[in-house]
Design a protein around this ligand. Structure first.
Ligand SMILES: [Zn+2]
Length: 93
């Protein structure tokens, strides 16, 4: 964990299931990405059981049929989930 402190938020899918619990969002503005190491608890499920690779999607753990909520990317040199607007309502801080 970095020393930067932000605002702790819970992020939900379009159907309001919790997907990221206690995300430490640093900086104000629209939520576009979620850094992996700033999530307290991740409730998503990966595209492949074998592990997540860059570009893979992650899904809400509850939605049926599965709802893609983000994809794994490298952003500013850190692993981050790039939020899919089709799976997560607009979130601002
Ligand atoms: Zn859901």
């Amino acid at each position: 964990m970095g020393k930067e402190t932000g605002k702790q938020i819970d992020i939900k899918c379009k159907k309001r299931h919790l997907i990221f619990e206690g995300y430490n969002k640093v900086g104000k503005g629209r939520l576009l990405k979620v850094y992996q190491d700033q999530v307290k608890k991740d409730h998503t499920i990966p595209q492949e059981k074998e592990g997540l690779e860059i570009g893979d999607f992650i899904y809400c753990g509850i939605c049926e049929p599965p709802l893609a909520v983000a994809s794994l990317q490298m952003i500013h040199g850190k692993l981050a989930y790039k939020i899919k607007s089709s799976g997560v309502p607009k979130t601002r801080t």
